[in-house]
Write a protein that binds this ligand. Structure first.
Ligand SMILES: [Mn+2]
Length: 325
């Protein structure tokens, strides 16, 4: 039982480094902050260090100041146990994942089905909505009470990873967890607004330019968007366009799979592909063909190559998967 092993390790070690993946989002933040307060509550030392900054829309979390950004050669961390959350492998943690782990204990807490079981203690639950819901279970099992800040962080993680409780990863247990967290004094309407209803006007106009570029194939069962770098090169984009674009794609009648092809700004000829499915197609399997992974209904991969070439390779796999259902 991995949960028990995690608890034993948390009790045994004293100095914790907590981290999560690059491109921080709600679940990465929520699970890290939740675990941070749990460790504090049981008298341990802990720091959160990430290879990324707090993304737009999450500045309302008061823990922004305690999350340190990793700087290679500059950030000195004294720790004896690394806890890595919401990451299917160490590479997802970027530079933090490259820290020398000789002599250190490593705990892996994750809900990705593609998890590589890479740590000393691995607690992986692909059927749980979020890493934050897993940290919620830790609190319950250890008998640590929720405070307002820990409840807020865990609620945010669960809210965002379930698409506000409408993805298929949402269970009765997820709702019961959310209900208990809410009762710690959370104002859920204000939280929702902070996360989903703070899109700057200029970004919304840009989204308005992108949506007409939607394409479809295979009798409308697959839709996709292509984001060429020229669309936003030089523009300041404040929020995560990808999630919103994918949501529009998902909402179309008859769609099984949505793909988003995005030319990465940082690297030439590198395409980030995000997949969403309604559950009949396992997009984790498709993403894995291209070196990525994720969940059955939400996955991604970073693929080297020119956009038209990557698109045709990916769509042929998607087509095969759709044809098989
Ligand atoms: Mn997650």
């Amino acid at each position: 039982m991995s949960l028990k092993k995690v608890i034993a390790s948390l009790k045994k070690e004293n100095n914790f480094l907590i981290t999560s993946h690059v491109n921080l989002e709600g679940d990465a933040l929520g699970s890290q902050i939740g675990l941070y307060y749990l460790l504090k509550a049981i008298g341990k030392r802990a720091v959160i260090v990430d290879d990324d900054t707090i993304p737009y829309g999450y500045e309302f979390l008061p823990e922004g100041k305690i999350i340190k950004r990793f700087r290679r050669g500059k950030t000195k961390i004294d720790f004896d146990c690394l806890v890595i959350l919401d990451c299917s492998d160490l590479r997802r943690a970027g530079e933090v994942g490259k820290i020398d782990l000789k002599g250190k204990a490593v705990i892996n807490i994750d809900h990705h089905i593609s998890n590589e079981i890479f740590a000393d203690v691995n607690w992986v639950e692909p059927d749980t909505s979020s890493a934050s819901e897993m940290v919620y279970k830790l609190y319950k099992k250890m008998g640590v009470p929720f405070e307002k800040n820990s409840a807020l962080a865990l609620y945010v993680g669960i809210l965002t990873d379930t698409g506000s409780f409408h993805y298929s990863n949402t269970s009765g247990a997820t709702h019961r967890a959310a209900a208990e967290l809410m009762e710690c004094g959370l104002k859920v309407n204000a939280i929702y607004r902070q996360i989903y209803e703070t899109i700057p006007f200029s970004d919304m106009k840009l989204l308005g330019n992108i949506l007409p570029g939607i394409k479809r194939a295979f009798a409308g069962r697959v839709v996709w968007f292509e984001l060429e770098r020229k669309l936003w090169a030089g523009k300041k984009i404040s929020f995560d366009l990808s999630e919103h674009i994918l949501s529009f794609g998902r909402a179309i009648e008859g769609v099984e799979v949505v793909c988003l092809f995005k030319e990465n700004l940082g690297a030439k000829n590198e395409i980030r592909v995000n997949f969403r499915s309604h559950g009949r197609v396992d997009v984790n399997k498709i993403a894995r063909i291209f070196g990525g992974g994720g969940h059955k209904t939400a996955a991604g991969a970073t693929i080297h190559g020119r956009l038209p070439v990557v698109r045709s390779k990916v769509l042929s796999k998607v087509k095969a998967a759709v044809a098989a259902i």
